[in-house]
Design a protein around this ligand. Structure first.
Ligand code: IPM
Ligand code: MN
Length: 335
């Protein structure tokens, strides 16, 4: 029927509500996409958390997926499904643009940077040991292969969006081996990208500097090991209005999964209070990835207009609108 099939993981908690908004907006915008619902409820395979085969096949067939939040158990319990998805499809780069939304006021203006997070190893390797009573280890694994892959992607991404600089964010003063390797590889690779300036910054300095004045980061793509990217991207989300507004894309060689970075917010589940913007903006990254740029631009403009009008904002943004009222306002602005 001339439509692209896209796997849709609605997710837990507020996931189904915000997914509904995306479906409504896409239908109104005549996006040539048909959603294939995918159930990723974990199964145990060889004693490990695994994604059901049907879900894996759907994503492999469709090559792109949109994903709502999946609850992650704290401490003991199954491995995070979010991580299992990233690892199952080898989604090596997690791209998190951080861009101020004109019309939505925060203490910071004109933020426009991009974080790229290594997405398969580092502190997220899941290699942990109980050594003896009261002593535990969590291994941070850094490999040349995974580091080179994400660093190369960062340079290519910078070129593709017209950013002039790539900066490695690290802590090689302390993590001399692991971050040292990551940093060295960045420097080495930078020689293959003569049009991009390369430098590096210590993570703690980045935190201080970016909340003091984010504008020097606007010409840069920041690339870093996994956990640093997790933390720094939440901090940067705070600069532009929070996780409810921040998109992300998990990029692999074959498949890519676009997801909202926020959690499943069980406290407001089923109350139509959730903000679907992060999932919507993630879906816009997905449209761009698929080459559906006109649809992406049209939906993005309608969302920006709605946020700037400020009449139908959800509670997290200081408004009173229900999820579907906000989505309805975006749909009205498509016209
Ligand atoms: C994120 C999330 C995940 C992470 C959780 C849900 C496992 O916080 O995408 O940033 O830590 O990577
Ligand atoms: Mn996170």
């Amino acid at each position: 029927n001339g439509k692209y099939l896209v796997s849709l993981i609605e997710g837990d908690g507020i996931g189904p509500e915000i997914s509904q908004s995306i479906k409504d907006i896409y239908a109104a915008a005549d996006v040539p996409i048909e959603w294939e619902p995918v159930d990723v409820n974990p199964i145990l395979k060889d004693g490990k958390t695994a994604i059901p085969d049907a879900a894996i096949e759907s994503i492999k067939r469709n090559l792109v997926a949109l994903k709502g939040p999946l609850a992650t158990p704290i401490g003991k319990g199954h491995v995070s499904l979010n991580l299992t998805l990233r690892r199952t499809f080898n989604l090596f780069a997690n791209v998190r643009p951080c861009k101020s939304i004109a019309g939505y006021k925060t203490p910071y203006d004109g933020v426009d940077t991009v974080l790229i997070r290594e997405n398969t190893e580092g502190e997220y390797s899941g290699i942990e040991h109980h050594v003896v009573d009261g002593v535990v280890q969590s291994i941070k694994l850094i490999t040349r292969a995974a580091s080179e892959r994400v660093l190369r992607y960062a340079f290519q991404y910078a070129e593709s969006i017209g950013k002039k600089k790539v900066r490695v964010v690290h802590k090689a003063t302390i993590m001399k081996q692991s971050d040292g390797l990551f940093l060295d590889l960045g420097l080495e690779l930078s020689k293959q990208f003569p049009n991009i300036q390369f430098d590096s910054e210590l993570l703690d300095n980045t935190c201080l500097n970016i909340v003091t004045d984010p504008t020097p980061y606007n010409d840069k793509v920041l690339v870093m090991p996994n956990l640093y990217g997790d933390i720094l991207s939440d901090m940067c989300a705070g600069l532009i209005g929070g996780l409810g507004l921040t998109p992300s894309g998990n990029i692999g060689d074959e498949c890519s999964i676009f997801e909202a970075v926020h959690g499943s917010a069980p406290d407001i589940q089923g109350k139509a209070l959730a903000n679907p913007t992060a999932l919507l903006f993630s879906s816009i990254m997905m449209l761009q990835h698929m080459g559906l740029n006109e649809h992406a631009a049209k939906i993005q403009k309608a969302a920006f207009d709605t946020l700037a009008q400020g009449k139908y904002l959800t509670g997290d943004l200081g408004g009173k609108a229900k999820t579907h009222e906000y989505a309805g306002a975006i749909i009205d602005n498509l016209k």
